[in-house]
Design a protein around this ligand. Structure first.
Ligand code: ASP
Length: 440
């Protein structure tokens, strides 16, 4: 019998999870779902996070030491950062054009605003986001550089939130390995090469459980979602964000077709398991191991490029998040009947760019940085909880969608950079059981 392709298996798992979740809502199975179904999804996400740091470490060190010269690394680094900034600015611009043309905030009635404010403005997670944002705003302009440099390699490696520190340490180590010369670096290189292969095998094994895990993740999202009436009131705003995100996927497809000369449908198909996981987990960091595996083995991007572009992208390149921040900021102003000048909109471009770089690659992080965007265009502090309350109900579904775009953007840029340095090769797919017969 022909095996069903992984992306179909995951999609079926997701659909069944949705159906199951709605059935549980109908029949009062909320507690059952969170006691017995949710843990399956949580374990899966933990497994992915478990291998993220070893994967970044091993793959970056392998990638850099394979490069054999530092100027090649510099070329890849500079191109990556420039393309990341360009795609993010385009994403924000698409968001701003759509929200200004469609005006989703104008149709929101006083009644809805009052209802949303009453339901969410005192909500603990809205308050927590505002507090976290104010902590970030109190820090100096170079704080992010300071934060990037670890003072203890082992503590950096022991905290998933410190991914940029791990990237910094790995690059530092990789470059120093190049500098001691091939012969002396060989034992260490062999160690990381092998660790890299092992961790990628772990990705294959974890992915065997993906269809069941996404079932659990989506069933849980459905049972913890808000009242459908409230969701409906925000449908126009959510529609603008989703339309913008779809346009970004079209934009990536055009880039892939014109610059790498690959078929964009093929690209989307190869990357689809990572996209589906991004949707189910709402976390680009948790999806990173799968994104890496797909981009390297199924698309053919050389490790020398993907090992740098993808981990950096997962932490700083968030096109979907920045598009959402632009739309949400303008929507909140429109709904509250406040004016935004042209200069304000330019300020949104700049702050949303910085905010998306600063957003953590975890669920709901985009909303924290949205607070900073709102403050930069002068939303009074007392209106912040109301502003967030307006969009809070649909934040989770939109987070799922924007994370898909964040991950697709990283994969696209890795292809563009690889093409530009002649490192876009042919796929080389490895299966979990390639050696199974020898060891079973
Ligand atoms: N969940 C997003 C990510 O992980 C970040 C956000 O937009 O909240 O990419």
């Amino acid at each position: 019998m022909k095996k069903i392709a992984l992306h179909w298996q995951i999609l079926i798992g997701m659909l069944l999870g949705l159906v199951f979740g709605f059935a549980m809502l109908q029949f009062g199975g909320k507690a059952f779902t969170s006691d017995w179904i949710k843990p399956i999804g949580t374990i899966f996400v933990k497994l992915l996070k478990l291998i993220a740091i070893p994967l970044i470490l091993a793959s970056l060190i392998k990638g850099i030491s394979d490069l054999q010269n530092i100027s090649k690394f510099k070329r890849i680094g500079i191109r990556t950062i420039i393309i990341y900034i360009l795609t993010t600015v385009i994403a924000i611009s698409i968001g701003l054009v759509l929200v200004n043309v469609i005006n989703p905030g104008d149709g929101v009635s006083e009644e809805t605003i009052t209802k949303l404010t009453q339901t969410y403005s005192e909500n603990s997670s809205v308050q927590a986001k505002i507090q976290e944002a104010s902590k970030q705003m109190d820090s100096g302009p170079l704080q992010f550089l300071e934060d990037m440099v670890p003072d203890n390699a082992f503590s950096a490696l022991s905290n998933n939130k410190l991914m940029l520190q791990v990237i910094f340490f790995s690059i530092f180590l990789g470059i120093s390995m190049l500098l001691i010369g091939e012969k002396r670096a060989k034992p260490l290189k062999k160690l990381f090469d092998s660790l890299n292969d092992v961790v990628l095998k772990m990705v294959d094994l974890i992915m065997l459980t993906a269809p069941v895990a996404v079932f659990a993740l989506l069933a849980n999202v459905v049972v913890s979602s808000d009242d459908p009436d409230i969701l409906l009131a925000l449908v126009k705003y959510a529609g603008v964000v989703v339309l913008g995100l779809l346009l970004m996927i079209v934009f990536y497809s055009i880039l892939v077709a014109t610059i790498t000369k690959k078929n964009p449908f093929w690209f989307l198909k190869q990357i689809s398991p990572a996209q589906l996981l991004a949707f189910s987990t709402s976390s680009s960091a948790a999806t990173l191991p799968v994104t890496m595996e797909r981009v390297e083995e199924h698309i053919g991007v050389d490790k020398e490029v993907s090992s740098f572009v993808l981990p950096v992208g997962a932490t700083i390149n968030m096109d979907g998040t920045s598009l959402y921040q632009a739309v949400a900021a303008v929507f909140i102003f429109q709904a509250l009947g406040l004016e935004l000048t042209f200069t304000d909109q330019i300020t949104i471009v700049l702050t949303a760019l910085l905010a998306s770089i600063g957003s953590a690659a975890v669920p709901g992080a985009g909303m924290v940085m949205l607070v900073i965007v709102l403050e930069s265009v002068g939303l009074p502090a007392e209106l912040l909880p109301i502003g967030l309350a307006l969009i809070f109900a649909v934040d989770r579904p939109l987070d799922m969608c924007r994370t898909v775009v964040n991950v697709t953007g990283d994969a696209t840029v890795s292809m563009l950079v690889a093409k530009s340095v002649g490192k876009l090769g042919e796929p080389n797919i490895k299966n979990w059981d390639d050696n199974y017969e020898d060891v079973k």
